[in-house]
Write a protein that binds this ligand. Structure first.
Ligand code: ZN
Length: 254
């Protein structure tokens, strides 16, 4: 199952990460009615069992909360040790991927594996607008954003908070710090979806109850409008981001 992670056409992993994937063996396998978990590592890893339980919960919650029945997914997990950084490059930002036409979800980073697993599975439940222009940034006149990524990350964050018994209020503090860092990144044009994952998600989290209601009622245009109408009130400063680790959510490891 891990073969796709090693294909040269896939540019999500660095050569070092691919070298790690090559060394791993299947150390955990479990077939649930909802999904099948394939966990690869160089040692036994307790996180894979927890991942499976979380994903099972998510299947139930997506049905309860939105009436959505997801297809059976094969979830491939690899615990690459490389950390995220505030560098606008897929190698430093992403932790998983999936193709909507297929039935396989890949998560290849140990950091935030539980949350990334939720994110990739949620991709199979919703589809929002993928391209839009946001003009509420304090430095850049326009930023190309992806509502689909921001909203999927928003939902993944809410479920991660629920499963780790954390509050949105706490998460907003962590999230705001990340926003400050991202806004202060020097590049004018982002090549990854970092801005959507962090900045746009933060705007959604601030109005989480309203946004959830809009999603339930399929009033997606109202969500887009809310974001367009919201400006970020942060003065640019010069934060040194060199080697600073990036975590998308504060409740990552529980
Ligand atoms: Zn995504």
């Amino acid at each position: 199952m891990k073969s796709e992670l090693l294909e040269s056409s896939n540019d999500y992993l660095t050569q070092a990460m691919k070298a790690y994937v090559k060394k791993t063996k299947l150390v955990y396998y479990k077939k649930y009615t909802q999904c099948t978990i394939w966990g690869y590592s160089i040692k036994k890893n307790k996180i894979y069992e927890l991942c499976g339980k979380r994903i099972k919960k998510l299947y139930n919650d997506l049905f309860k909360d939105f009436g959505i029945t997801l297809k059976h997914l094969n979830v491939v997990l690899v615990d690459c040790p490389d950390h995220r950084k505030f560098i606008d490059d897929t190698f430093y930002i992403n932790g998983g991927f999936t193709y909507l036409g297929g039935d396989v979800v890949y998560i290849y980073r140990y950091d935030e594996m539980l949350k990334v697993a939720l994110h990739e599975v949620i991709h199979h439940a919703f589809f929002f607008k993928e391209k839009a222009l946001y003009s509420g940034d304090p430095i850049r006149p326009n930023v190309t954003i992806n509502f689909n990524e921001a909203l999927v990350e928003f939902l993944a964050t809410l479920y991660q908070l629920k499963y780790t018994h954390n509050t949105v209020k706490n998460e907003l503090k962590h999230s705001l710090n990340c926003v400050k860092n991202v806004v202060n990144m020097p590049n004018m044009v982002f090549t990854t979806q970092l801005y959507s994952y962090i900045v746009i998600k933060h705007l959604l989290l601030k109005k989480h109850k309203l946004i959830l209601r809009y999603i339930k009622n399929k009033q997606y245009d109202k969500i887009y409008q809310y974001v367009y109408n919201t400006k970020i009130n942060i003065k640019p400063s010069f934060i040194n981001l060199a080697n600073k680790q990036l975590t998308f959510v504060s409740a990552s490891y529980e």
